[in-house]
Design a protein around this ligand. Structure first.
Ligand SMILES: [Zn+2]
Length: 384
């Protein structure tokens, strides 16, 4: 399986200036190549290279490898765009949006990601530094930080290119690790994961007690950010817009940290107890959540997708079985007798079965249903 590891670079001011000049040159070059590709209708990497390789090197002071990466980046960006057009993601032929996008060449931001291969970038894991090609020459000893887990991954499994990227003045290398697949162990029961807002995730086995991972901190931060956003949006100035963008990214980082922590806890516990994990199908989560109007503002559906994604890849790494289940009626069905009714759920927190009298926290009841569906799903797919 492929895994992306993001490490933060800690360049000195001089090193940061060199990185900035390099990324700017690469992206200026990419924008120039993209404009040329657009007017000449040349989009394939090989054809573009024949047209522009020499000029990219000379005009922008790029080394051979960097120039090739720039051209490939442009070709890839157009390939993605054209795939979107083909799949109708930009609307029907002739639609305003589609015409607008197709009328203009692709433009690359000065800080957009630029790939570096092993010839342009080398890692010294013991010293925690990288040596990287810049427009000012090879630069050695650029420090980076990474967690112990990330360091182990990088040392053992890093492969191929890494992307250099600048966000809000912070520098990152995004490296790809290629890990051998871990065989999935046959699960001894399932733990169901119910995703929500008050509780980001609630886990329970078919009959056991539930564990709730509260969304209190996250919701408080989101609320604070929303207030600030409202004030900034009213201002409409350039600096307000910049600040807004920064806040959004900060909030996203915070949510990702929380999701990582929760995913890790869930997968570690499942691995320890030999259980599999049952997750609601993500499309379903989005549909279900859309119905809850008052909470819509609190919700970032991508955050659910992200948590599901984190759980899925951590489970794969740990050899924990994972089953996606149909989320229909998991919150209205009784996990004790199976009776489905809307008024089984008198309020957000309470589940009380109108048929058998079973009562439980609503999220725990839902998690139990999900666990049971996981069990069934596994049995069906492994019947042979
Ligand atoms: Zn019941």
């Amino acid at each position: 399986m492929k895994l992306v590891v993001q490490v933060r670079l800690l360049p000195t001011p001089e090193q940061a200036a060199a990185l900035e000049a390099t990324l700017r040159a690469a992206n200026d070059a990419a924008t120039w190549v993209a404009a040329l590709a657009h007017t000449q209708r040349v989009f394939r990497n090989y054809d573009l290279r024949r047209h522009v390789y020499g000029q990219v090197k000379d005009r922008y002071g790029l080394a051979a490898q960097a120039a090739q990466h720039v051209i490939k980046k442009v070709a890839d960006a157009y390939a993605t765009l054209h795939a979107h057009v083909r799949n109708g993601n930009l609307g029907r032929p002739g639609s305003a949006r589609r015409e607008r996008v197709l009328a203009r060449p692709i433009v690359f931001r000065p800080g957009a990601a630029q790939p570096f291969d092993d010839r342009c970038l080398s890692w010294r894991m013991d010293a925690r530094t990288v040596s990287i090609w810049t427009v000012g020459g090879r630069m050695k000893g650029v420090a980076f930080t990474a967690s112990a887990d990330q360091l182990t991954l990088l040392a053992a499994h890093r492969k191929g290119e890494s992307d250099l990227v600048c966000r809000d003045g912070r520098w990152f290398l995004i490296a790809t690790c290629d890990l051998p697949d871990v065989p999935v162990r046959a699960p001894d029961g399932f733990v169901g994961v119910d995703l929500g807002i008050a509780n980001i995730a609630t886990t329970a086995t078919g009959t056991g007690d539930g564990v709730r991972h509260s969304g209190k901190t996250l919701n408080a931060v989101r609320h604070r950010h929303r207030e600030l956003r409202r004030r900034l949006q009213a201002k409409q100035t350039k600096s307000a817009r910049r600040l807004l963008k920064k806040r959004r990214r900060k909030e996203a980082r915070f949510a990702a940290d929380i999701n990582h922590t929760i995913a890790k806890r869930i997968v570690t516990e499942a691995a320890r107890t030999g259980r599999g994990i049952a997750l609601e199908d993500l499309q379903g989560i989005r549909d279900r959540v859309r119905l809850r109007k008052p909470q819509r503002v609190t919700l970032h559906s991508w955050s659910f997708h992200q948590l599901g994604h984190f759980i899925a890849y951590k489970a794969a790494r740990a050899g924990v079985a994972l089953v996606w289940v149909d989320p229909a009626y998991t919150s209205q069905a009784c996990s004790a007798c199976g009776h489905v009714a809307k008024n089984n759920r008198p309020d957000q927190e309470t589940f009380a079965c109108t048929s058998c009298g079973f009562a439980e926290h609503a999220d725990v009841n839902a998690a139990r249903n999900i666990a049971a569906r996981g069990e069934t799903g596994w049995a069906v797919s492994h019947a042979a």
